[in-house]
Design a protein. Structure first.
Length: 281
């Protein structure tokens, strides 16, 4: 049965739909030696190549897997970095599975990153129309006024359009450094930092502590990953109105990885973010 190329390659774990769309726009993806077209119907019998290299797809795709990773500062959220900096993918389980990162964190931000081999799930979790909440612990410099807090939740105009936090909750700290927990339902580039800068405050530390229904697991050290629990997987799919595909626990990676030799820096506690009902715009 034919289906759109973006959906097909996402379903078999070659990449998320948005990744496949970018490959097509950039002219990097071919089908049977010809440039791929957006929405091109395929049935799986074709030969797919990225940058001239054959994409090897198993006839019977592996069952999907899901990971939570505690990203430290200093790692970049990309597969290959031309500057030779460490990447988040270097810490993941090796094998034939192609991991898809859900959202990005900049090099100076630490905290929760989700990985999956299910391209359809990754696409929905990242797409703005599903309004999946991201929760951050943020330390800012200077005393924050009530007027500034009000602006952050009512909205400020950034260079790429209006933006706001859904919630801003004080989370401790005294003097020049104050912690807040903030939540927003999109993931524009450096959006959390730019929102605070718009009201006159510089972010001195930023940690993602939740993505959708998944919180940064307590005790998961920086540089470690662990497989999501079945209840977490179910909650993740439910948050974007998808059925959970057949899961084989024997195909999940080891429950917890060893630490990568980094010491976890102290920060505020990481409570589980409030669930938000998925809506479509």
């Amino acid at each position: 049965m034919a289906e759109r190329i973006q959906k097909h390659l996402a379903r078999v774990g070659a990449g998320s739909r948005r990744q496949v769309e970018r490959w097509i726009e950039e002219g990097r993806l071919t089908v049977d030696g010809q440039p791929a077209r957006p929405g091109q119907p395929v049935d799986g019998s074709e030969s797919f190549a990225l940058d001239g290299r054959l994409i090897k797809l198993a006839r019977k795709p592996k069952r999907h897997a899901w990971l939570a990773y505690h990203k430290p500062e200093g790692e970049v959220t990309t597969r290959h970095d031309p500057e030779g900096r460490p990447t988040v993918f270097e810490a993941l389980p090796k094998g034939r599975r192609r991991w898809i990162v859900v959202g990005r964190l900049d090099i100076n931000t630490s905290g929760l990153l989700l990985f999956t081999s299910d391209g359809d799930l990754a696409n929905r979790l990242m797409h703005p129309s599903w309004e999946v909440p991201r929760t951050y612990a943020v330390r800012v410099l200077g005393e924050v006024t009530e007027a500034s807090l009000a602006r952050l939740t009512t909205g400020v105009r950034l260079e790429d359009g209006p933006a706001r936090f859904d919630t801003v909750v004080a989370a401790g700290g005294t003097g020049a450094n104050t912690w807040y927990h903030v939540q927003l339902a999109e993931g524009r580039n450096r959006e959390v930092r730019r929102l605070w800068e718009a009201v006159g405050h510089r972010v001195s530390r930023l940690i993602r502590i939740g993505y959708g229904p998944i919180a940064l697991p307590p005790g998961l050290k920086q540089g470690q990953h662990r497989a999501l629990e079945p209840a977490e997987v179910q909650a993740l799919y439910a948050s974007v109105d998808l059925p959970v595909p057949g899961e084989d626990s024997s195909d999940q990676p080891a429950e917890r990885s060893p630490a990568r030799g980094r010491t976890r820096r102290s920060g505020p506690s990481s409570p589980r973010p409030r669930k938000k009902a998925p809506t479509r715009r």
